[in-house]
Design a binder for this molecule. Structure first.
Ligand code: FMN
Length: 334
């Protein structure tokens, strides 16, 4: 029987999924929950959404329903997992095969102490064999594409050779897509927040990865703020991933689909969602968070944010909030 390796299987794979979604919104803990994904899916159908990182233990020993509830209205959604134990792969594969997640992404880039102490995240870069084994087993046990989100280096391990060795181990074992946060992680001395700002961005290093691994989909992440940045980077990379700018300026994504879409329509739909969810006991504060920055950069944004704060503390009707949105949209505010 003809033996086809995982990397050969990737080449046989249909590329439509990647071509359809060159732009994605990054996994962000405490941000990209199902409410934010709901909002973003109302704004754009052509952006791939990621979950927050989910520790595999909470899937294996908890309940996957907690993370999949809203998925059918948000698809496609890629699941990001934190995993370092190969033994959990069969269980996790079985559970995930019954979900609609479009991709399984392995977190090899998060520098937070909690994640690093759990032996996953950025520290996994130092163990390419382990990451390769996890990918190999996942690839053999699920039909879903496997991707890896990583940094361009870690602490003093920041040479090209170190990075290439890590990526080779991922691609050889079946990862079809690598998302490079184009700065290194410094595990001792910098907080996660500082690790997203202080180590300098090095897109050239990321480009060199694309040159070397041209058969693999290479996406770049880090510091992308505008659609102009996106267009520039898409000249070199197969895709881009946007984190903080998606949270700070979500309406920017309305221009991605090339379809006119009305902000008031989105707000109207999202307020219906809030109404339904609050009846189920979800807190208004949590439900309002995704729309906080929806008027980013336009007159009335400050009033909108203040009103959301007030509305989440008071029992006022959502139609009042919608009327305010109409006023802001029509620039009727001073
Ligand atoms: C609040 C917050 C939470 C984050 N949580 C995760 C996470 O769960 N998994 C992950 O891989 N990266 C996480 N990140 C990093 C982002 O995915 C992204 O790599 C980083 O913010 C750089 O991209 P940006 O400059 O577009 O924001 C987080 C970032 C922020 C701001």
């Amino acid at each position: 029987m003809l033996h086809i390796s995982n990397s050969e299987k990737n080449q046989v794979n249909n590329n439509t999924y990647y071509n359809d979604f060159p732009i994605s919104i990054a996994p962000m803990m405490d941000r990209t929950d199902s409410h934010f994904r709901k909002l973003m899916r109302l704004i754009t159908k052509k952006t791939l959404l990621y979950t927050e990182m989910i520790n595999v233990n909470s899937i294996v020993y908890g309940s996957i329903e907690r993370f999949t509830n809203e998925c059918n209205t948000e698809e496609p959604v890629a699941l990001q997992i934190g995993i370092s134990d190969t033994k959990l792969v069969p269980k996790i594969s079985k559970i995930l095969s019954n979900t609609n997640f479009s991709e399984i992404n392995i977190n090899c880039g998060c520098p937070s102490n909690k994640v690093v102490n759990g032996n996953f995240g950025a520290s996994m870069m130092k163990n390419p064999e382990l990451v390769g084994n996890i990918i190999y087993s996942l690839k053999n046990l699920t039909d879903k594409p496997i991707s890896v989100k990583t940094r361009i280096g870690i602490d003093n391990y920041d040479s090209k050779e170190f990075l290439y060795k890590f990526i080779r181990s991922c691609t050889k074992n079946g990862a079809e897509k690598i998302i490079l946060h184009a700065r290194k992680a410094i595990l001792k001395g910098l907080s996660p927040h500082e690790n997203r700002n202080i180590p300098p961005l090095n897109y050239d290093r990321a480009k060199s990865v694309k040159d070397k691994f041209h058969n693999c989909k290479i996406y770049v992440n880090g510091g992308i703020k505008t659609l102009e940045d996106v267009n520039l980077l898409l000249n070199y990379f197969d895709g881009v991933m946007i984190g903080r700018a998606a949270w700070n300026a979500p309406w920017m994504f309305s221009k991605i689909d090339n379809n006119y879409i009305s902000r008031l329509n989105v707000i109207d739909n999202y307020l219906d969602y809030i109404e339904n969810k609050s009846k189920l006991g979800y807190s208004k504060t949590v439900l309002f968070r995704p729309i906080f920055n929806l008027f980013h950069g336009i007159k009335g944004s400050k009033v909108w944010k203040q009103s959301l704060n007030n509305f989440s503390n008071e029992h006022r009707s959502l139609s009042e909030l919608f009327n305010l949105a109409i006023k802001i949209e029509n620039s009727k505010l001073p």
